[in-house]
Design a protein around this ligand. Structure first.
Ligand SMILES: Nc1ncnc2c1ncn2[C@@H]1O[C@H](COP(=O)(O)OP(=O)(O)O)[C@@H](O)[C@H]1O
Ligand SMILES: [Mg+2]
Length: 1007
């Protein structure tokens, strides 16, 4: 097969390469990949005729027969069985990347071998075949290359495996000689782990895909860090030695798909909360940690069952300046000094790990943003879970239905949703930031038309954060350029919508202060948009990419993918078992179109994705090609006349090269008479193929012209990629503005839907919430046609602690949570479900609520309860907000009361924070009635005639000494006899035990 010979097939393959192939392979890989696939297709055609099983044709028929020299070279690495080269290469790669599942590219397929085929074949629903080799049978399983994403999803995302992708590279002529005739080399180009996804289609677009590295400082200098000696082993499970609690840990996390990069310093004690907030897919730990420290970190993390990877780096890499090659802009020197040494250690570990995974392919991250503890409200991991901030307890942190995130989300873009998640997980502590957000919501809340214009434009944007990141990594195809173009167009629309809104309206005489504020929030957003560079880029994309051509090339590609499947099916139909076919149909989700009959005239269907006017060179090349096509048409008609064969056509086929093709007995016979000077290739009664020198030469020139066009297209495409990268920072900045607008609109829509009001935040320590509601419970009740009773909450300087008693099921827990949620929403910059809300900024929210879900941790309920309580008592400040729900339930009533009192005492005297404390131990009310800043409130049961009753959800001042537990028990269906027994016991206890009454505890009451 001649190298310059081109066909429609080759062109399609080229197109696919042009739009998919990373630029680092540009040039060399163009012809290589092209040739590889072509050879395979060629072979497939032959195979189809020979009808071999698809398992054998892949290996056996590939042009990589071992030469002696090659066998020697390979056996150096792998002494032992004489496997075929591909298998041997795979085996060496499996050893080199021993923790990974190896996928080896063989032509149009990816293959698994040996025990990996046995293990993962069934999990991936792939048939495992036994390949016969000189060294015995080898298990193998495979799938078409274009289904890579689907199988990666199962391996990486569902099974949490690390996957190494081994691509094939055609050896150059000299390389082929050097390697002893080996035409292909296979190298692992990337290893993919759950935390290092880049642009895989299965990534969740609504969530960041974070990879987190953590690094305690001094690990190498202090091999004998304090151990757990102070805590008995069985108790220490899940807890850490007090000496280690304050150990500082550096965190660094990034999302390869967006280029986001953050660092933070935390302590071992708060590590779990930080990890819960970040929600990383994978955590990297230094391989060089000492045992006790590593164990402590794992104990902290295990509670959330993270995927942990160990990685060891050289200490020399431990500086911010070493990060520069991976950043889009350098970190200024003054900023560098703000990073703590543990953050630098964590960042260096993180980047070193990523470099290894990407095998040297370029990456441009945004300069690291340092998150500081004080900038955000910290929601500890128990609160995160108990308040269902990001996900419900049933589904982990997935943002599932019923979670706060799910309830408030009305965003229309993917990246806006990711930012919303980030905001909700870390509400702000800055009044200016919160007020600016609230101003924007106010503006959007009142002007529905304006808001709808904005959301309609936002809907037309694409995820530029992820798109831009693709280009920064040398990826990004023509479709991505079109998506960027649409986004830039929509951004222009948004900019002018904002501008119009900012013009002083004619019917508005004076602009009041409020309006002025709201305007300035729009002004601030609008001034952050930079459009000059992006508009030039948009114009260039418009002028260069031929969208019709692009669509056509997708159509061609789909047909081609279907061809691969139908090819495999043909093979199976002829020789495979029914089982093989079932396996095949499982992997071929794409509709398989019937193949065109082979005798049909192959059409000239060159699809170009770059407009011919994109460059003068391209224009000239296309004109030249047009001329050659003209020549071809003339030659065709001349030959038809000369040979008296009207069916004659000029073609190229992989097997025969440039041929004149004639069909039909009459034409064949006629052509035979006059063409003595030609060389026949194949002649049957009904068709004839022969070589003709003029066509051979013209065909060659046509193919050369096409090749030049492709080279020029590639140059134009690279230029476009370059332009995107030049605009990287601006595009990202614009995207950030759109994300904030999306959230603003989302909050405004929500406010309108649910009648939310703007909260007033201040630097005090009071909660003044009038008519507060629980956002999700209210919705749930209303869906069942029931009404929600709103409640006020006035905790703060005057009444620091509210001690709440009342029957089961009357809304204590709901009240506690709703106030925590209102605080979170307010500091996120969202309107809140209340009639009025004035809230002093909360630095930390702590929750100690019901047990239930901790059993998997292998800890007793009471132990968990105490650990969580310890965290609260140790960490809450006067600015914090604590909710404690039924502390002391998991032990005897006496112990429970004792612990409950101790907590109240500590919170009141030491932490001095706002606290909502719900309990059934009404004795606690008596024991604390000398706490001046503690007030008692209760819910109740309203008894009705005839023994029925209803819950009073409205809180009132006072203590409710009856829990009405038996009423609830009966409601739940406990047999009447058992209820009677319980009632009798209760009567006896009430008579005999004065323990929990006021009189029995005078020493507390008046201490
Ligand atoms: N303010 C309210 N208005 C109406 N129904 C409520 C209210 N608060 C709670 N409920 C209903 O009562 C149920 C039990 O509430 P919960 O807070 O768990 O009670 P408690 O903690 O007192 O046992 C909730 O699931 C909800 O259906
Ligand atoms: Mg409760």
């Amino acid at each position: 097969m001649s190298n310059v010979a081109l066909s429609t097939t080759r062109h399609r393959l080229y197109l696919r390469w042009l739009s998919r192939c990373p630029s680092r392979h540009a040039g060399s890989l163009a012809s290589n990949r092209h040739r590889t696939s072509l050879q395979l297709l060629h072979q497939c055609q032959i195979q189809r005729r020979a009808a071999k099983t698809w398992a054998t044709f892949k290996l056996h028929e590939l042009p990589q027969q071992k030469s002696d020299a090659e066998r020697e070279a390979l056996e150096d690495e792998d002494v032992g069985p004489a496997y075929p080269t591909v298998v041997l290469q795979a085996r060496n790669n499996m050893r080199k990347y021993e923790n990974c599942v190896l996928l080896t590219r063989v032509g149009s397929f990816f293959e698994l071998y040996f025990d990996q085929a046995d293990k993962y074949g069934p999990l991936l629903n792939l048939k495992v075949a036994q390949k016969k080799t000189a060294a015995g049978p080898v298990s193998m399983a495979g799938f078409p290359f274009y289904q890579l994403d689907r199988f990666l999803k199962i391996l990486v995302q569902d099974l949490n495996e690390y996957v190494a992708i081994s691509e094939e590279f055609a050896n150059s002529a000299s390389g082929t000689v050097k390697s002893g005739g080996l035409m292909f080399d296979r190298k692992v180009t990337r290893t993919i782990t759950p935390g290092t996804l880049i642009d895989e289609k299965f990534m969740d677009p609504y969530e960041n895909n974070f990879l987190l590295a953590l690094h305690p400082i001094d690990t190498d200098q202090a091999p004998n860090a304090p151990s757990n000696e102070t805590i008995p082993a069985e108790l220490a499970k899940g807890s850490i030695a007090p000496a280690l609690v304050s150990k500082r840990i550096g965190l660094a996390w990034l999302d390869l798909s967006t280029g986001d990069f953050f660092t933070q310093t935390t302590t071992l004690g708060t590590l779990a909360s930080a990890a819960a907030r970040i929600g990383a897919r994978e955590i990297v730990l230094s391989g060089g940690l000492n045992d006790s420290l590593r164990q402590s970190i794992l104990d902290m993390l295990e509670q959330q069952r993270h995927l942990i990877t160990y990685h060891t780096t050289q200490l020399a890499e431990n500086s911010i300046s070493s990060w520069a090659p991976m950043l889009e802009a350098e970190v200024p020197t003054q900023v560098q000094t703000t990073f703590s040494s543990e953050e630098i250690a964590a960042g260096s570990l993180l980047l070193a790990y990523v470099r290894g995974r990407l095998q040297g392919s370029g990456i441009k991250l945004q300069p690291p943003v340092r998150r500081q503890h004080k900038e955000t409200m910290s929601i500890d991991k128990n609160s995160m879970r108990a308040l269902e901030v990001l996900g419900t307890s049933k589904e982990g942190l997935g943002g599932g239905k019923g979670s706060l995130l799910h309830t408030v989300r009305r965003t229309v873009t993917k990246s806006g949703t990711r930012l919303l998640r980030d905001w909700i997980a870390s509400p702000s502590m800055s009044l200016p930031v919160i007020n600016a957000r609230l101003d924007l919501v106010t503006q959007l809340r009142h002007d529905r038309g304006f808001r709808e214009d904005i959301t309609n434009l936002l809907r037309r944007t694409y995820d530029s954060q992820r798109l831009v990141q693709k280009f920064s990594m040398g990826r990004g195809d023509a479709d991505d350029l079109i998506s960027l173009l649409r986004t830039i167009e929509a951004t222009n629309g948004i900019a002018s919508t904002l501008q119009t809104r900012l013009l002083p309206s004619s019917n508005q005489k004076s602009v009041d202060e409020k309006d002025q504020k709201a305007r300035s929030s729009l002004q601030a957003l609008s001034s952050r948009l930079s459009l000059d560079g992006p508009n030039a880029l948009a114009a260039l994309i418009n002028a260069s990419i031929d969208e019709d051509g692009l669509m056509e090339s997708h159509r061609v590609e789909e047909t081609e993918n279907a061809d691969i499947v139908s090819m495999a099916q043909d093979v199976l139909q002829n020789e495979g078992s029914a089982e093989d076919q079932a396996a095949m149909s499982r992997i071929s989700k794409t509709k398989v179109k019937p193949k065109a009959p082979p005798e049909q005239e192959p059409e000239e269907q060159d699809t170009w994705i770059i407009r011919r006017s994109a460059s003068p060179v391209l224009e000239a090349l296309h004109e030249a090609l047009d001329g050659l096509r003209q020549d071809k048409a003339s030659l065709t008609s001349r030959l038809r006349d000369e040979l008296d064969a009207h069916s004659l056509s000029l073609r190229w086929t992989p097997g025969m090269g440039y041929i004149c093709h004639v069909k039909g007995a009459k034409d064949v016979a006629a052509s035979m008479k006059t063409s003595a000077a030609t060389r026949d290739v194949r002649t049957t009664k009904s068709t004839r193929a022969f070589h003709q020198s003029e066509w051979s030469s013209l065909g060659g020139r046509i193919d050369q012209a096409k090749q030049r066009i492709r080279a020029e297209e590639q140059r134009v495409f690279q230029k476009l990629r370059g332009q995107v990268v030049m605009n990287l920072v601006k595009l990202r900045r614009n995207a950030a503005v759109l994300d904030e607008l999306d959230i603003g609109c989302s909050f405004a829509i929500l406010a309108e839907e649910q009648g939310l009001i703007r909260p007033v935040l201040n630097l005090g320590v009071d909660h003044k919430i009038v008519g507060g509601r629980h956002p999700t419970v209210k919705q749930g009740l209303e869906e069942q046609g029931r009404a929600f009773v709103s409640n006020d909450c006035f905790i703060g300087e005057k009444e620091r602690i509210w001690l709440i008693t009342g029957p089961n099921m009357a809304g204590k827990s709901t009240f506690l949570r709703q106030n925590a949620l209102i605080s979170i929403l307010a500091q996120v910059g969202c309107f809140v479900p209340a009639e009025h809300a004035e809230i002093g900024l909360v630095d930390q929210i702590f929750t100690r609520v019901g047990s239930a879900d901790n059993l998997f941790r292998d800890q007793s309920t009471f132990m968990v309860e105490m650990m969580e309580t310890a965290a609260i008592l140790n960490q809450a400040t006067p600015q914090s907000f604590v909710i404690m729900d039924e502390i002391g339930r998991g032990t005897t009533p006496e112990d429970g009361i004792a612990v409950g009192f101790a907590c109240l005492h500590h919170l009141y005297h030491k932490n001095r924070c706002r606290t909502l404390f719900a309990t059934h131990f009404h004795a606690l009310a008596d024991m604390t009635n000398h706490f001046k800043h503690l007030a008692c409130y209760c819910t109740d049961v309203a008894e009705e005639d005839g023994g029925s009753f209803s819950f009073v959800h409205r809180l009132r001042k006072g203590v409710n000494r009856s829990s009405h537990a038996l009423k609830v028990a009966r409601l739940a269906g406990i047999p009447e006899a058992a209820i009677e027994t319980a009632r009798a016991v209760l009567k006896r206890l009430d008579g005999s035990s004065p323990k929990h009454t006021e009189q029995a505890q005078p020493q507390f009451a008046r201490a």
